[in-house]
Design a protein around this ligand. Structure first.
Ligand SMILES: [Zn+2]
Length: 325
């Protein structure tokens, strides 16, 4: 469960029951005067027990520990409220503070958008009950220290610079220690699975474009080891970035083929795309996985629209449909 990857830097496998992600990688740097925990696991009993026993095995004093959160998703930030003490700094980003502080309004806004783009309303209510963002979200929100591009996070011998990498989520931050050639990649770059790209439901509407730009930002960095939020660590980050870009290019061509059949909404397009999930019929998929696929499908359609390859049209009832340009 606990493994030392580099001197004083440990990885904890925090279980994510029922999730295809299997577990979250929480990284702990044990240092004096203050230790650092990077990402925490969901706010649920299985995660809390694992974190508690791993931190006690490492003899981490939470009163002398700060917490860095790569992004808002419940598997990364969920336990921050439990682990933070009165004198902990909890590092986070600006873009996702609204969602943390006003989850109800955020959820309502997201639901309204999703329906306009074709997501079925009955799936939405199932989603609301099962989505980790509602079930296992952070409670007792601690004071957040907002970090931006270039800000430093230090622990012992490690000196990280924050890199803003929006795309997987709007405020995602990576950490980079140039001297150690070490990247903490969060969910921006994963090794054997691709990160979900979720459309932003605001006026930006270019989550995929942002994601690709964030990959370009990491590409030139000298990196010997990258520590992702899930699954295994990476040693060849540039190769992985090229693969990820190719993956999204393939997705785009697939969508263009689907759109060649005629005008459709984002949900209809999503159900015909190839997804890395085990199912024979679309209906078999859990609402939550349907939603993640839909949100990524929509991010792709918005990107193709910005590139001028697809066209977005608003129908008289407010629904949005797509066609080839
Ligand atoms: Zn995530």
């Amino acid at each position: 469960m606990v493994k030392e990857l580099l001197p004083c830097l440990y990885r904890i496998h925090v279980p994510l029951p029922e999730s295809p992600l299997k577990y979250l990688n929480s990284y702990v740097i044990k240092a004096s005067p203050r230790s650092l925990i990077i990402d925490t696991g969901m706010n649920r009993e299985e995660c809390l027990q694992t974190m508690k026993s791993a931190l006690s095995e490492l003899d981490i004093d939470l009163n002398k520990t700060d917490i860095f959160i790569t992004h808002i998703h419940a598997d990364h930030i969920g336990l921050a409220g439990h682990l933070a003490t009165e004198n902990s700094k909890v590092y986070f980003n600006r873009a996702e503070t609204f969602e943390i502080n006003s989850p109800g309004i955020w959820w309502q806004r997201m639901s309204q958008f999703a329906v306009l783009y074709g997501f079925p309303p009955d799936e939405l209510s199932k989603l609301f009950q099962s989505h980790p963002a509602t079930r296992y979200r952070i409670k007792n929100i601690p004071n957040l220290t907002i970090m931006k591009e270039g800000d430093l996070v230090e622990a012992g011998d490690y000196s990280f610079r924050c890199i803003e990498t929006p795309g997987h989520s709007p405020g995602h931050l990576c950490l980079y220690d140039a001297r150690k050639r070490l990247l903490v990649s969060g969910d921006h770059i994963l090794k054997d699975i691709t990160s979900n790209i979720t459309t932003r439901y605001d006026d930006v509407n270019n989550a995929l474009g942002e994601y690709l730009h964030s990959l370009d930002k990491i590409y030139p960095l000298d990196i010997a080891l990258a520590l992702p939020g899930h699954r295994n660590y990476l040693t060849d980050v540039r190769k992985r970035i090229n693969e990820l870009k190719e993956h999204h290019r393939e997705r785009a061509s697939e969508q263009l083929r689907i759109l060649s059949k005629g005008e459709q909404d984002a949900y209809q397009v999503t159900t015909q795309m190839t997804w890395d999930m085990k199912y024979e019929k679309w209906d078999e998929i859990q609402s939550m996985q349907k939603y993640f696929a839909f949100a990524e499908g929509l991010a792709h359609l918005q990107y193709l629209t910005l590139l001028g390859k697809a066209r977005e049209k608003k129908l008289s009832d407010g629904r949005i449909v797509y066609s080839l340009s």
